[in-house]
Design a protein around this ligand. Structure first.
Ligand code: UDP
Length: 330
């Protein structure tokens, strides 16, 4: 991304500077778009192992965007002022972190350490993207932030779950020990344009299968549940959390949509929304696949006045339109 600075009369006198790790990923790139609309100058740091420059290609040459291809587990050197560090870098789909277990553990631990170090050095506010995975296969439903979780540390998902649990602990240590202004968002399942067609997650899998009239692969009996949040709702919630300053601002905050569906119901909704001829086929349930997941969003409602606005049918329309352009019909 070219980054020549040009003066623009409409810019505020003080333009906030944001660093977005993982800014070429699905969620990171949507955050970058929102921050640009709020007048921020942005440095994106991404090693592109799961992100893609396709997600930020529309920003090429933008005077307020700089792209650095770097692994955030390495020391981050940036001259000048930084006001906000948004730590989004991490593989996040079960297939990705199964293939990249060591990078996943490293970015949650060493990468979070480097990103926190940058925030501390610059006296910047810091936000960690944590995850509903820290609740594991939850024994409490819906999941509130004060539930400690049920995680198999040595199972196939342990590399992701534990990297994020460690990251949360590290963030709280920087908050307590170094008085860094920190935020922790626990992200529940999110969908929308810029998800990778082949990232293995249920939304791109079902939509691409339905669009090609191929069998829809339901894992297990399909009675496990998830609750899907549209990406614009999620990014708005995360932005509000970073900008909030109440006495609970440093506490983990669930952001997600409480509308809960079984995977069978979700497959049926995708078939209807795509007018597909696909049928359902069952495949083995992956090990440690959580049986149920739904966020309790009382904290976000109370502290951020945030609730999701986009219905599943509206969100799916945009997402399906995006995937239509990516999936070849047989
Ligand atoms: N799933 C499925 N078929 C697929 C991909 C996923 O039935 O082709 C199921 C998966 O077993 C899980 C749910 O969909 O119960 C959500 O999976 P995803 O990989 O999207 O994310 P997770 O919520 O497990 O992190």
């Amino acid at each position: 991304m070219a980054s020549k600075r040009v003066s623009t009369k409409s810019r505020p006198a003080h333009q906030p500077v944001s660093v977005v790790t993982g800014g070429a990923g699905f969620l990171g790139s949507h955050l970058v778009d929102l921050l640009l609309s709020k007048g921020h100058r942005i440095v994106i740091i991404d090693n592109l192992i799961t992100g893609s420059t396709d997600n930020i290609a529309h920003l090429a040459g933008h005077p307020d965007v700089r792209f650095i291809k770097q692994d955030v587990t390495e020391f981050i050197y940036l001259p000048g002022e930084v006001n906000y560090v948004w730590h989004f870098a991490s593989p996040a789909s079960p297939i990705d972190y199964l293939e990249l277990p060591i990078q996943t553990l490293k970015v949650g631990s060493l990468g979070t350490h480097k990103a926190l170090g940058l925030a501390k050095a610059k006296n910047a506010r810091f936000l960690l993207t944590s995850t509903s995975e820290i609740y594991g296969d939850p024994l409490v439903h819906p999941q509130r932030e004060d539930y400690w979780g049920n995680v198999n540390t040595i199972g196939p998902r342990g590399c992701y779950d534990e990297s994020k649990r460690f990251a949360e602990a590290l963030v709280m240590a920087y908050h307590r020990e170094h008085a860094v202004a920190t935020r922790i968002v626990r992200i529940f399942n999110t969908y929308g344009p810029r998800m990778r067609v082949n990232d293995g997650r249920v939304v791109p899998a079902f939509i691409s299968q339905a669009l090609a009239n191929r069998p829809i692969t339901v894992f297990g009996d399909g009675r496990q549940t998830r609750s899907f949040c549209y990406v614009s709702d999620l990014i708005e919630g995360i932005y509000r959390l970073m900008m909030s300053s109440g006495k609970e601002a440093h506490l983990p905050t669930n952001i997600g949509n409480p509308h809960e569906l079984t995977m069978l119901e979700f497959a049926t909704a995708i078939i209807a929304a795509t007018a597909s001829k696909s049928r359902l086929v069952h495949k083995p349930l992956p090990q440690d696949d959580p049986k149920q997941r739904r966020p309790d969003i009382s904290r976000a409602k109370k502290n951020l006045s945030w609730t999701p606005q986009v219905t599943l049918s509206d969100g799916l329309k945009d997402t399906i339109a995006y995937f239509r352009g990516k999936v070849a019909k047989p």
